[in-house]
Design a protein around this ligand. Structure first.
Ligand code: NIG
Ligand code: FE
Length: 420
């Protein structure tokens, strides 16, 4: 079936001329087309044509996007959407001056969500997660990563990954699963790390890989969680089992995570709020994507990652919400883009590249999504404005009015308009 995405005000292609990534200052070049429409065939982009040539063609369907801005379908590459239970009480404690780490050390934090997730059934989890995915789709997100990490037992980590796999079947978007069994030590193994590491390495990783329950393996390298040595053992094992790697690191302490991630060719290093200067060049020389999460800095009232230094030194920078109940109860990617611009000095263009092509790199999907190029997926987010900078200028406001995945309209809402 041939369709036309007809007559938009702007097509923000994020074209990389086949490079499929935009390092450093290249992230500023969005390659914006005007006076053109996009031809799609089934689930793929097949051509861009000047509007005065449209009559020469016949289409099975025309999607009129006059006065709108077309972007690649957004890629949300780091979330912990698979959780249940509220941490509002913890939020209240933090507002009174307790730190996130203090709360974690006294048994709250991640482990309080673990308690809630362990009590929840498969069906309970599906029910609470669904509206979150609907909300992501309403923002123009067509590729979504979700981590496990709140089960922290053989049974409960597999339960979470099965939930994510079921959601991927229910929803038309691509939902990519990451195994985060190494999120923190569960209370029963607080004083016996080797026992929990054995469950991760000998039981969970082989089972997950064999049953295709996750594509990626993540860990939290932090003084309150896993040491660099422990992460290294997990990574070597995950790699052997065919999983790709990503790492939460340098959030509160820099304890060697970057070196382990680079040594093991991780797809991404995420957080980096306390990244030391001497690691910036190492990252810039690598193909590892720096996934920055300014929502965490905002939510915890904490320092921001050195986005400017990373970009100025030619690193690959992506952005994500890190949506989770403790450190970033923020599921609005638009807000994250604006925070990145306002608080981390990223340009509007850099923030757009960071939630499209570079985020696709963090998920190893850059060959099929993240930019509008011939042969790539017909995934689009279509914003109700005529100028793309409005997307970042409208802080926290969802201007996405149409989400298209694989050539199909999966969300439409005429109310998501820019104010006149
Ligand atoms: O990415 N840093 C570790 N994990 C999450 C927080 C999880 C939680 O607090 O529940 C994060 O910030
Ligand atoms: Fe995270």
């Amino acid at each position: 079936m041939q369709q036309l995405i007809a007559n938009p005000a702007q097509i923000v292609t994020v074209n990389s001329n086949g490079a499929n990534v935009k390092r450093g200052h290249k992230a500023n070049n969005l390659d914006v087309l005007t006076g053109h429409s996009i031809i799609i065939e089934n689930d793929l982009i097949v051509d861009f044509i000047a509007n005065d040539k449209i009559e020469k063609y016949k289409f099975d369907n025309i999607i009129n996007v006059k006065d709108k801005v077309v972007l690649p379908g957004l890629v949300e590459c780091h979330t912990h959407t698979a959780f249940t239970g509220s941490r509002a009480e913890e939020f209240r404690l933090r507002l009174q001056g307790k730190s996130y780490e203090e709360i974690a050390e006294s048994g709250g934090g991640i482990n309080s969500t673990v308690e809630a997730v362990r009590k929840a059934t498969f069906d309970d989890l599906i029910r609470v997660i669904k509206p979150r995915i609907d909300y992501f789709i309403s923002q123009g997100i067509t590729t979504l990563e979700i981590k496990s990490g709140y089960g922290l037992s053989y049974y409960d980590e597999i339960k979470l990954l099965q939930v994510i796999s079921e959601l991927n079947k229910i929803y038309p978007i691509d939902i990519k699963a990451t195994f985060l069994g190494a999120h923190t030590f569960p209370p029963e193994y607080k004083n016996d790390h080797s026992k929990y590491l054995k469950i991760i390495n000998d039981e969970l990783i082989p089972y997950i890989a064999k049953n295709n329950l996750a594509e990626f393996c993540d860990a939290f390298c932090e003084s309150t969680a896993f040491s660099a040595g422990e992460v290294n053992r997990i990574f070597e094992n995950a790699k052997k089992n065919g999983l790709k790697l990503r790492l939460h690191t340098d959030q509160f302490n820099s304890i060697g995570g970057i070196d382990i991630a680079l040594k093991n060719n991780a797809l991404s290093v995420d957080h980096l709020e306390v990244l030391p200067d001497n690691k910036i060049l190492d990252l810039a020389k690598s193909d590892t994507v720096c996934v920055l999460l300014p929502g965490v800095s905002f939510f915890l009232n904490y320092s921001y990652a050195p986005a400017r230094k990373l970009l100025d030194n030619n690193a690959i920078v992506a952005l994500a919400t890190d949506f989770n109940p403790g450190s970033s109860y923020i599921s609005n990617l638009n807000l994250i883009m604006s925070l990145a611009a306002i608080k981390m000095n990223m340009t509007i263009e850099e923030t757009i590249t960071a939630v499209t092509l570079n985020a696709a790199n963090a998920l190893n999907m850059q060959k099929s999504v993240g930019s509008l190029e011939i042969g790539k997926k017909a995934d689009f987010s279509i914003f109700d404005t005529t100028e793309y900078s409005d997307i970042v200028y409208n802080v926290g406001k969802n201007l996405n009015s149409i989400t298209i995945k694989n050539g199909k309209v999966i969300f439409q809402n005429n109310a998501n308009r820019k104010f006149d």
